[in-house]
Ligand binder design. Structure first.
Ligand code: FAD
Length: 320
């Protein structure tokens, strides 16, 4: 069976969920070979093997943390030399997309970004994308060389699939460009204790209807009852009610959770562009004509300050 390279996103060996989702997709197309780089790489092996990695290529050089992006491209290129994969799957983060694009140039092949699924095609893997504010589904195939595909978080389930996980040290010769951009400092973002917005299984968002920074407590309470991330429309963010990092939409983050709950959000096309691929969409809006109701699975016409706290209370009660 053909090998599929999976670029592992991890923090000191703790593998992030989107990588486990990539392993699920990789198993459909072939045998997953994980590439895990940087400090703590060895600590990731158990989890990767538990989710289907037949082989795990590791490299722990300090260059991966000291310099931006290029050392990782050097390593993935070296990995492609070792395994001759039928595809390279990369998480669709900002860094992942840059790594993928540079790798595709090195390999003389093509890149497909922000896929929401990967299928087996007659002439190689086919990437499924949701485009034009999710109004169309596009299926694309890289026409020459090894396809490099970045996949959005929440595009596949995490599945346990014990595999050999044979560890091999990857030998990487860094290119002249590897030291081009030095990372001069790193500051950890203050944690809200909530899941990362783009990776969360549930996102609870508030818009202009929330009407003030202090009122976002209502949205946060619902999010916390569900273990969800908090998102916001641009109107709410521009008003200074919630941080820019939480903006969902065309010029914000793209999310694709199992459940998206929008409260006090009208459903402008630019907001939809960032959440329309969510599996189940719920909206609370006092205007029955609000465009958001055109795309919801469940809609509540009502005042969010009445509906949302009741919902939170009910969820807490059922958690018992
Ligand atoms: P509104 O459109 O004002 O809607 C507020 C809604 O709240 C209304 O439907 C109202 O009925 C409802 N409401 C009010 N009070 C209550 C209440 N008490 N209970 C229940 N419902 C209530 N927007 C984004 O979100 N993300 C983007 O990334 C983004 N990028 C953009 C890029 C460009 C180039 C442009 C031009 C615009 C972009 N926008 C983006 C802005 C977008 O066009 C909308 O202006 C914005 O999404 C509106 O936010 P909203 O739905 O919160 O506000």
């Amino acid at each position: 069976m053909a090998d599929v390279l999976v670029f592992v996103d991890h923090v000191d060996g703790a593998v992030r969920k989107p990588t486990l989702e990539l392993l699920t997709l990789a198993r459909r197309v072939g045998e997953p070979v994980a590439v895990v780089l940087g400090s703590g790489a060895a600590g990731a092996v158990g989890v990767l093997a538990g989710h289907g990695a037949v082989r795990v290529l590791t490299a722990e050089a300090s260059e991966f943390a000291e310099f931006s992006v290029v050392p990782k491209v050097d390593a993935l290129e070296a990995a492609c030399g070792v395994v001759s994969p039928v595809a390279v799957l990369v998480p669709s983060s900002a860094e992942g997309k840059e790594v993928a694009a540079r790798l595709a140039v090195r390999l003389g092949s093509g890149v497909i970004t922000d896929a929401v699924d990967v299928e087996v095609g007659e002439s190689g893997p086919v990437a499924v994308q949701s485009v034009f504010a999710a109004s169309f589904t596009a299926r694309s195939r890289v026409s020459r060389g090894v396809p490099v595909i970045t996949v959005k978080p929440n595009s596949a389930p995490v599945e346990e699939a014990p595999a050999a996980g044979v560890v091999e040290e990857l030998s990487v010769v860094f290119s002249a460009g590897a030291s081009g951009t030095r990372v001069v400092s790193r500051t950890a973002r203050e944690s809200s204790g909530r899941p990362e917005l783009t990776e969360a299984a549930i996102v609870v968002s508030g818009g202009r209807g929330v009407n003030g920074a202090e009122n976002f407590a209502v949205i946060e309470a619902l999010a916390d009852s569900l273990g969800a991330a908090v998102g916001a429309s641009r109107a709410a963010v521009d008003a200074g009610w919630y941080p820019h990092a939480s903006q969902v939409g065309q010029t914000g983050k793209s999310v694709s959770p199992q459940l998206y709950i929008a409260s006090g959000i009208s459903g402008a096309i630019q907001h939809r562009a960032g959440m329309q691929t969510s599996k189940t969409i719920v909206a609370v809006n006092k205007d029955a004509e609000a465009p958001i109701f055109d795309l919801v699975d469940y809609g509540v016409v009502g005042d969010l300050f009445q509906v949302v706290p009741q919902l939170t209370e009910e969820i807490e009660a059922r958690k018992g």
